[in-house]
Design a protein. Sequence first.
Length: 109
Amino acid sequence: MTANGSEGTTETEHADRDDADDVRVWLVERTYGDDELNIVILVYATEDGRRYHRRERALTSFTGPKRETKAGLCVPPESLGTVDDPDTQARYAEEASRMAARHEPDDNV
């Protein structure tokens, strides 16, 4: 799911568009869903912490190479939400910067 709650596009769904505008985001949060314990919520954020991208996955989907959790992603700008809370923004910025310093985007984490 994207920041706006819609299903995200797959690589093949936006392969024809120009990826030059895509934005690099880094994994900043991994939590379990409140309603269903078999859902993992992955939150990626920009290094300034001002924008985020959210994905939800069933725990059963974490097997195989297609479902590895990458340290960083490039996502279309329209798939990003705004982080309004200053404390959350600071936390996301700190964690995104830490991930960027320690990992390559394609690293599995």
